[in-house]
Design a protein around this ligand. Structure first.
Ligand code: AVJ
Length: 320
């Protein structure tokens, strides 16, 4: 377990990386920031609110699949898996999975947000008192060393719900899936949630909800830069935009500057043209076959899949 000091050290390294990436991303000819920075404590809370919006179908659809097929999933995974999860978030889906598995050996949630992670670990320990829970505060996009628990377990299972895999460009997705394969080891398994292509209207509404929660989530990135990196973004001078790129099969989130303006971060000036955007997130929607091919490159072979009636979302189990 990482002690409190370790968490602080981790947090300090994290803010240095945040500053470096923001200076880099805003200095680029096409301004872009990694979506991982959306998840400070406020961003994580806003994401939970997004999941409750009627337009945001992925969470609801995936939860229903996990509920409906819990027994089949548990049987396919096996009884005493060691479960690790990159980007654990609120752990609501994990509760479903752990409850279904007969006697899970341990749960290792990995998350970049220390606050969200501590809450999740505590809630799961309370819900499953006999389960070994070892939270790891880390940026899973750059690689994590999971603690060596030396527990007997049938199988190591990478649980990657929510279509978080969709945030990665295909080459990054392959390397992430490959790292999961290495961490799961021989005989390991991957249970992954994959959001599927669907009509553009449904997608745009899901990423630009009527209550403006997704807009607030996106704009919070600028507020976070102001808070943590001495930025002077005026939030009212930017707006959230969602766009569907059919060729790349991805939703893009952008923060668009209303007007020409100059913004500073940690003393460094950044000029915006009117209508210029910061690309803050991509969310790829994968055809099932294409995703299987991607997973195969990373060393995973398809075992089973579960999909809703509308074919909006798919939960896929791979082995190796
Ligand atoms: C957490 C990556 C699954 O891409 O759907 C939700 C994040 N962004 N609304 C997604 C998100 C805007 C979400 N994931």
């Amino acid at each position: 377990m990482i002690g409190a000091g370790g968490v602080e050290l981790e947090a300090r390294g994290e803010s240095a990386r945040f500053l470096a990436e923001v200076l880099d991303g805003l200095g680029a000819p096409r301004k872009a920031l990694s979506p991982k920075w959306l998840y400070d404590a406020r961003g994580s809370a806003l994401y939970e609110l997004i999941c409750q919006q009627p337009e945001y179908y992925p969470t609801r659809t995936e939860l229903a699949l996990l509920d409906l097929h819990a027994d089949e999933i548990a049987e396919a995974v096996g009884p005493d898996a060691l479960v690790f999860e990159y980007g654990a978030g609120s752990g609501r889906k994990t509760v479903r999975l752990l409850a279904a598995l007969r006697r899970p050996a341990a749960y290792l949630p990995v998350d970049i947000s220390p606050d969200a992670l501590a809450q999740t670990a505590q809630a799961l320990s309370r819900r499953f008192p006999r389960l070994v829970v070892r939270p790891v505060v880390a940026d899973f996009t750059v690689g994590v060393a999971l603690p060596d628990l030396d527990l007997p377990c049938a199988r190591r299972l990478a649980f990657f719900p929510g279509s978080t895999i969709g945030n990665f460009d295909p080459p990054e997705a392959v390397s992430l899936l490959r790292r999961m394969a290495r961490e799961a080891g021989p005989g390991g398994a991957l249970l992954v949630g994959v959001d599927l292509p669907k009509d553009e209207g449904t997608l745009l509404r899901a990423y630009d909800d009527a209550h403006g929660v997704t807009a607030a989530f996106d704009l919070n990135l600028l507020a976070r830069i102001n808070r943590e990196l001495a930025g002077d973004f005026m939030l009212s001078r930017f707006r959230h935009r969602a766009a569907w790129d059919a060729r790349l099969s991805r939703i893009e989130m952008h923060l668009e500057s209303h007007e020409a303006q100059l913004v500073h971060v940690a003393g460094a000036p950044f000029a915006f043209r009117a209508g210029e955007t910061i690309h803050t997130e991509s969310s790829y929607k994968w055809e099932p076959r294409a995703f299987d091919a991607l997973a195969a490159i990373a060393g995973w072979r398809l075992d089973r899949t579960w999909t809703d009636e509308r074919a909006w979302f798919s939960v896929r189990l791979y082995g190796r």
